[in-house]
Design a binder for this molecule. Structure first.
Ligand SMILES: CCCCCCCCCCCCCCCCCCC/C=C/C(=O)SCCNC(=O)CCNC(=O)[C@H](O)C(C)(C)COP(=O)(O)OP(=O)(O)OC[C@H]1O[C@@H](n2cnc3c(N)ncnc32)[C@H](O)[C@@H]1OP(=O)(O)O
Ligand SMILES: Cc1cc2nc3c(=O)[nH]c(=O)nc-3n(C[C@H](O)[C@H](O)[C@H](O)COP(=O)(O)OP(=O)(O)OC[C@H]3O[C@@H](n4cnc5c(N)ncnc54)[C@H](O)[C@@H]3O)c2cc1C
Length: 613
C-alpha cells in the first residue's frame, strides 16, 4: 500500500470546504478525460514497476490525487512518484547529468513513449502530452516534432502533401523541426535571409543561407534529433521576391543520420534552461529540393515558375498562431504545478512561532505566506480558464478560416499574441514567487520548481518575443479605437471600447460585486487603449511619421495590450466560475478566488485603476 501522508498535510486536506472531485473533473474536461489521465500512467507503471500491482498503483494515485486536489483540483503528484519509480527502475534523474547525458536520457525516455503511444493507439493530443510528460518532465527532444512540425504540415500542406508526409511523422519514419529563426532575425520575419530560388529547368528550389546571419539558429531538435525540417525561406522565382514560404527540407540521411550534402548542422550550446532540447543551427549551401517540397496549401509555384499568391499572406503564420495557443494553456498549468508544490511544502514546513512559546507553526499560517501562494493559486485558475475561453474563440474562428472566411484572423492574431505575452509573463513571475516561498528548499533542483522556471520562462521569448507580441495586438486594438472614434461597428471582442462606462455600485463597506469587478477591468482596458491611441495621434500631430509616432507611443501600446488581456482573463474567470454548474460550496470558493485574483490585480496595477477612478 502507499506511503503514509504527513499529518499536517492530511489535516490541511481534511479541512477542505468543497469536494475536490468536482473541480478536478472541471479542470480536466470531465470525468472521462480525468479517468483516462489517471489510467494511462498507472497502466505504464505496471510495465515498469513489476513488484507493485496495478491496483496498488491506482489506489496510491487516487489517494494522492484526492489530497493534492484539495488545493488545485489538479493531478500533479504523479510525475513526482513516477520520477522516483523510474529513477529506481532505471530512469535516472537528469539533475546530476552533463548536458549530453541528460539529452541522451531524455531521448531514451521520449523514444520509449513514442513507441508506447503508437502501441496504445493514443490519438488524443492531450492524452499523448500527459503520457509523455510523466516520462520526460523537462524539455522533450521531440517537442517540435509533436507540435509545430506536424501542425505546419496540417495547416500549410495540400491534401496530397498531408497524405504523403503526415504518416511519416506519425510513425516516426522521420523526426522533424520547425526552422524559421535565423542568427540575424527572430522577430522581424521580413528580414529573414535564407533563400529558396526556383530553377525552372529542373523544377527545383535551390536553398541557400548566403550569410552567417542567415544561418538558421535556435530551432529545437536541429542540433541532433531532426532529419527533416519545415523550413521558412524567402521564395525567389522569375527574379521576384515572393516573401516567406514553407518548405519540406531533408536534413540528415534517414539511415545513417549523417547530414546530407550541402547541409551543416550542429548544437548551439548550453542555454539558461531547456537542457534536454538540442536547439541547433543550420547552414544550407545551395541545397536542391523538388518543386513539390514547397507547402502549397495557400500559395503555389507552378512548373513554369509562376507564383500564385495566397488569399492572405498572413496564412503562412498560422502554425505560430496555433502554437501560441498551446503556450497560453501550458503557462497556466506550469504555474499550477509550481504552486501545488509550494503549497504542499507550506503545509508540512514548520518554522518560527506566531504566539511566543506556542510552538513552531506551519508556514501556511503566516498571512504573508498565504498571500504569496493564494494569489498564485488564483492566477493559475485564471490562466487555465482564460486559455479555455480563448481556445473556444480560436476554434470557432479557425473553422470559419478553413471554409475560407478570414474575417476573424486579425482578432485571432491579436488575442493569441496578447494572451501569450500576458500568460507567460504572469507565469514566470508566479513560478519564481512559488520557488522563493519554499525558502532554501525552493533552490534545490529536487523541488522541481527551478526547472519549471528555467524551461518555461523561455516561452516569454519563443513563439514571438512578448513585447513584440503586445505591439502586434496593439495594432488591432488601435485600429478598433480609431473605428470607435468614428462611431463605426467593432468586432464583438472590442465593442467594450464604445460601451464601457464606470458605474460602480459597490461601496467600500460592502463585499464587492463581481459585475463591478468586470466593469472596472473593462473600463481600465478601454481607458489605457484610448490613451495609447491619443499618444499615437499626438505624435502624428507633432509631425512624426506613422512609424515614428508608433514608436513614440509604443510603451503605452504594450500596456494597452496587457490591460486588454487582463480584462479578458478576469471576465473569463468570473463568467466561467458562475456558469460552470458547481455545487454551492465549490462555486462560493471559486468566486472568492476570482475576487482575490481581480483585487490582487487592482493592487498590482493600482496606478491604472486609481487613474480611471
Ligand atoms: C496540460 C494541458 C495539456 C495540453 C495538451 C497540448 C499538447 C501540446 C504540448 C506541447 C508541448 C510543448 C513543449 C514546448 C516546446 C516549445 C519549443 C519552442 C518552440 C518555439 C518555436 C518558435 O519560436 S518558432 C519562431 C517564432 N517566431 C515568431 O513568432 C516571429 C515573430 N514575428 C512575427 O510574427 C512577425 O515578424 C511580426 C508579426 C512581429 C511582424 O511581421 P511583419 O513586419 O511582416 O508584419 P507587420 O507587423 O507589418 O504586420 C503585417 C500585418 O500582418 C498581420 N500579422 C502578423 N502576424 C500575423 C499572424 N501570425 N496571424 C495573422 N496576422 C498576422 C499584422 O497584424 C499586420 O496586419 P495589419 O492589418 O497591417 O495590422
Ligand atoms: C528555448 C527557445 C526555443 C526556440 N525554438 C525555436 C524553434 O524551434 N524554431 C524557431 O524558428 N525559433 C525558435 N526560437 C527562436 C525564437 O522564436 C526567437 O528567439 C524569438 O522569435 C525572438 O527573436 P530574437 O531571438 O531574434 O530576439 P529579438 O527580436 O532580437 O529581440 C531582442 C529584443 O528586441 C526587442 N524588439 C525586437 N523587435 C522589436 C520591435 N519591432 N519593437 C520593439 N522591440 C523590439 C524585443 O522586444 C527584445 O527585447 C526559440 C527560442 C528559444 C529561446
Amino acid at each position: 500500500m502507499g506511503k503514509s501522508v504527513n499529518p499536517d498535510l492530511a489535516k490541511a486536506r481534511s479541512q477542505a470546504t468543497f469536494d475536490p472531485a468536482n473541480l478536478t473533473n472541471y479542470l480536466y474536461g470531465g470525468p472521462e478525460k480525468l479517468r483516462r489521465k489517471r489510467y494511462l500512467p498507472a497502466f505504464v507503471f505496471k510495465e515498469l514497476c513489476t513488484e507493485m500491482s496495478l491496483t496498488d498503483l491506482c489506489l496510491i494515485f487516487l489517494g494522492l490525487l484526492t489530497h493534492v486536489s484539495d488545493y488545485l483540483g489538479l493531478t500533479l503528484s504523479i510525475e513526482n512518484m513516477a520520477a522516483k519509480e523510474y529513477k529506481e527502475e532505471g530512469f535516472k534523474s537528469t539533475d546530476d547529468m552533463s548536458r549530453e547525458e541528460a539529452y541522451e536520457e531524455s531521448m531514451r525516455r521520449a523514444v520509449y513513449t513514442n513507441k508506447r503511444v503508437l502501441q496504445l493507439n493514443l490519438q488524443d493530443q492531450e492524452e499523448q502530452y500527459y503520457f509523455r510528460e510523466i516520462f520526460v518532465p523537462g524539455a522533450n527532444p521531440f517537442a517540435l516534432h509533436y507540435v509545430m512540425f506536424k501542425d505546419a504540415i496540417n495547416t500549410q500542406g495540400t491534401e496530397d502533401q498531408i497524405q504523403k508526409w503526415l504518416p511519416l511523422a506519425e510513425t516516426y519514419a522521420v523526426t522533424g523541426t520547425y526552422a524559421q529563426t535565423e542568427l540575424g532575425h527572430g522577430t522581424f520575419l521580413r528580414g529573414l535571409e535564407t533563400t529558396a530560388e526556383y530553377d525552372v529547368q529542373r523544377e527545383e528550389f535551390i536553398l541557400n543561407t548566403p550569410t552567417i546571419t542567415s544561418s538558421k539558429f535556435w530551432p529545437g531538435a536541429l542540433g541532433k534529433t531532426a532529419n527533416v525540417a519545415i523550413l521558412n525561406a524567402k521564395l525567389i522565382t522569375k527574379g521576384r521576391n515572393c516573401g516567406m514560404q514553407s518548405f519540406w527540407v531533408p536534413l540528415r540521411h534517414l539511415e545513417t543520420h549523417q547530414p546530407l550534402p550541402g547541409i551543416t548542422v550542429g548544437d548551439i550550446g548550453p542555454k539558461f534552461g531547456y537542457h534536454t532540447s538540442d536547439n541547433g543551427f543550420l547552414q544550407l549551401n545551395r541545397v536542391r529540393i523538388p518543386r513539390e517540397n514547397m507547402l502549397m496549401r495557400y500559395s503555389k509555384v507552378l512548373q513554369d515558375g509562376t507564383f500564385v499568391p495566397p488569399e492572405n499572406d498572413r496564412l503562412v503564420y498560422v502554425p505560430m498562431t496555433q502554437f501560441r495557443f498551446v503556450v497560453i494553456g501550458r503557462s497556466g498549468w506550469t504555474l499550477a504545478k509550481a504552486v501545488t508544490v509550494a503549497t504542499r511544502y507550506s503545509a508540512v514546513r514548520r518554522q518560527s512561532e506566531i504566539t511566543p512559546g506556542g510552538g513552531e507553526v506551519q508556514i501556511l499560517d503566516f498571512q504573508t505566506q498565504q498571500h504569496k501562494l493564494f494569489t498564485q493559486i488564483a492566477s493559475a485558475y485564471a490562466m487555465i480558464i482564460a486559455a479555455k475561453a480563448a481556445k473556444d474563440l480560436y476554434d470557432s474562428a479557425f473553422s470559419k478560416m478553413e471554409k475560407g472566411n478570414l474575417e476573424d484572423l486579425p482578432m485571432l492574431h491579436a488575442l493569441t499574441s496578447s494572451m501569450k505575452a500576458f500568460n507567460t509573463w504572469e507565469m514566470a513571475t508566479g513560478v519564481e514567487q512559488c520557488r522563493m516561498a519554499c525558502g532554501g528548499h525552493g533552490y534545490l533542483l529536487a523541488s522541481g520548481i527551478p526547472q519549471m522556471y528555467t524551461d518555461m520562462v523561455s516561452a516569454c521569448t519563443y513563439e514571438g518575443e512578448n513585447t513584440v507580441m503586445c505591439l502586434q495586438a496593439a495594432r488591432f486594438l488601435n485600429k478598433c479605437q480609431e473605428a470607435a472614434n468614428k462611431g463605426e461597428r467593432l468586432p464583438q471582442l472590442t465593442r467594450f471600447l464604445q460601451t464601457s462606462r464606470l458605474n460602480i455600485s459597490s461601496s467600500l463597506d460592502q463585499d464587492v460585486d463581481l459585475n463591478d469587478i468586470i466593469a472596472a477591468y473593462e473600463f481600465r482596458a478601454a481607458t489605457v487603449i484610448s490613451e495609447a491611441n491619443a499618444r499615437l495621434n499626438a505624435g502624428l500631430a507633432m509631425g512624426k511619421s506613422q512609424s515614428e509616432a508608433w514608436n513614440y507611443a509604443s510603451q503605452l501600446l504594450v500596456k494597452a495590450a496587457l490591460a486588454f488581456s487582463h480584462w479578458f482573463t478576469v471576465r473569463a474567470l468570473i463568467e466561467n466560475m458562475r456558469g460552470a454548474g458547481f455545487d454551492n460550496s465549490t462555486e462560493t470558493l471559486l468566486l472568492q478566488l476570482a475576487k482575490l485574483y481581480a483585487l490582487d490585480g487592482m493592487l498590482r496595477y493600482s496606478g491604472d485603476f486609481r487613474k480611471v477612478g
